[in-house]
Design a protein around this ligand. Structure first.
Ligand code: FAD
Length: 458
């Protein structure tokens, strides 16, 4: 280990248990994600009452969740404010990127491209990575409880992503929830689900493949349409007699409306059907039928994307916002550009868990780009707080490229810019680039390369 390394005992033991990137890559995607092989199982059993990492005398930032937001924050806090100790907590043994995972489904990129070590960037930037399940967050005690012990913090960043809201469809019917989870994974959370979805697409022999889209807001709004295009390309290429039915709760495709419409009608007219206003009323995984506001649909296979909500961690930390009539919004209530909590200003939520930030447009797009930008902003804010300075707003942006054709490789894109209006309210500008072309695919590769270099390079 290098002299700068601040990796702690669990991480070291994780290495001893051979959770190395090369081995994981060899074992394939499912193994890399830890489920089918049991690699994700906790390597150590310790009392949750024991202290995970002893205090060093330095003030400490704990980051809950090591995805796009959490990993970026870890690097930039260490870089901007080196006298703070940073501990990153994550349940998965390796980082798996959801961005570009649709392309991985049809082998445009390989597993090696999406999987990154947690240990290497931790060493490079001098923070501690611990692989563990976070079981509770006690803000009154400034303490995070994990499966292996607890950890006290001076600053907390919650970047846990999303959870699936199956209860909206099934209530407390655990049998239906578990059946749907296991038989109809959707791969919207970094997990072994991605490998299962890939198998499904590759093994599909023909018939109707239904994709139900979650109602907004949800993770990466343009990505389900991209997935439909790439699945359609695969079926066409391999002469699979498949029909893809997209059941969309919205009245229209969005974002990149025209670009997707042209892709569906010009490239996949006999394969993709887009059904608007099709909010799911009932999903029956046993009889393979979905009832929607636009009619009932039978299916041979499905990717039933249930409503999305902020990750469990946000609920555990008591950070979910309330509607005017006192119901949970399902998303974190934080400041629109400082991302901290009103009565607990050293607690931040970033990434997809963040709730509505403007009456004009609601939520920021739930994208890796936004999570990265928010994480960098929060690194600056924590540095300012650590020095006793006033917080100065850092305004973010968003950019997404979506591949719609694989031969030739052609993408479309969408860009969002933000500014704080004179009334102190956030405004959003959206620019759709609807003309599919190779140049945008090349830009996508450059974009993701810069992103991985920013937070995942070791
Ligand atoms: C198919 C698909 C395509 C996408 N394409 C793009 C794209 O092209 N561009 C783009 O910008 N975005 C894209 N996205 C969106 C992007 O993946 C998310 O917006 C981004 O990952 C959000 O970052 P995050 O840090 O909020 O959450 P995540 O990256 O999901 O990180 C959350 C982390 O917290 C961990 N965690 C959660 N709970 C616990 C717990 N209790 N204990 C320990 N660890 C925990 C999780 O394991 C996870 O690693 C895509 C998403 C999907 C699904």
């Amino acid at each position: 280990m290098s002299g700068r390394t601040a990796t702690g005992t669990l991480a070291d033991r994780g290495e001893n248990m051979q959770f190395t990137r090369r081995k994981l890559l060899k074992a394939g995607a499912a193994a890399a994600l830890g489920l089918s092989t049991g690699i994700g199982a906790q390597p150590l059993i310790m009392s949750t009452s024991s202290e995970l990492v002893p205090r060093t005398g330095k003030r400490r930032v704990v980051i809950a969740g090591g995805g796009w937001g959490g990993m970026t924050a870890a690097r930039h806090i260490r870089e901007q404010t080196p006298d703070l100790e940073v501990v990153l907590l994550e349940r998965n043994p390796v980082f798996w990127s959801c961005p570009l995972s649709n392309k991985w489904l049809i082998d445009v990129v390989d597993t090696n491209f999406l999987v990154h070590s947690y240990m290497s960037p931790a060493r490079r930037h001098g923070y501690t990575f611990l692989q563990t399940e976070i079981v509770d967050i006690d803000r009154a005690a400034r303490r995070v409880h994990t499966a292996q012990g607890h950890l006290d913090y001076d600053w907390l960043i919650v970047s846990g992503g999303i959870r699936y809201g199956f209860e909206a469809w099934f209530g407390n019917d655990r049998k239906a929830i578990e059946y749907t989870r296991t038989h109809y994974p959707t791969a919207y959370i970094p997990s072994a689900e991605h490998a299962l979805v890939k198998q499904k697409v590759r093994n599909f022999k023909g018939g109707t493949f239904v994709l139900t889209l979650p109602p907004p807001p949800h993770r990466c709004p343009p990505s389900p349409y991209e997935r439909a295009c790439l699945m359609a390309w695969w079926f066409k290429q391999n002469k699979v007699p498949a029909k893809i039915v997209i059941l969309d709760p919205k009245p229209n495709i969005a974002p990149i409306t025209a670009g997707y419409k042209m892709a569906f009608s010009e490239l996949y007219p006999d394969i993709i059907t887009h059904v608007p206003n099709a909010l799911v009323k009932e999903f029956d995984p046993f009889n393979k039928v979905v009832k929607t506001a636009a009619g009932d649909f039978k299916f041979d296979d499905a990717l039933p994307m249930s409503p999305h909500q902020a990750a469990d961690l946000v609920w555990k930390a008591g950070l979910i916002g309330k509607t005017p009539d006192g119901k949970p919004t399902g998303w974190a209530a934080v400041h629109p550009w400082f991302y901290n909590v009103k009565d607990d200003p050293q607690v931040f939520v970033i990434g997809d868990s963040v709730g509505a930030v403007s009456p004009h447009f609601g939520h920021y797009p739930k994208s890796g780009h936004v999570a990265n930008r928010q994480a960098r902003a929060v690194a600056t804010y924590i540095g300012q707080q650590a020095k006793g300075q006033e917080l100065k707003p850092v305004i973010i942006d968003n950019l997404c490229y979506m591949l719609v054709n694989n031969s030739p490789r052609e993408a479309i894109s969408v860009q969002f810019d933000y500014k704080i209006g004179e009334d102190g309210v956030l405004r959003q500008t959206q620019i759709d680039d609807n003309e599919r072309r190779a140049e945008l695919w090349e830009s996508d590769l450059r974009w993701v390369g810069h992103m991985f270099e920013d937070f995942a390079a070791g």
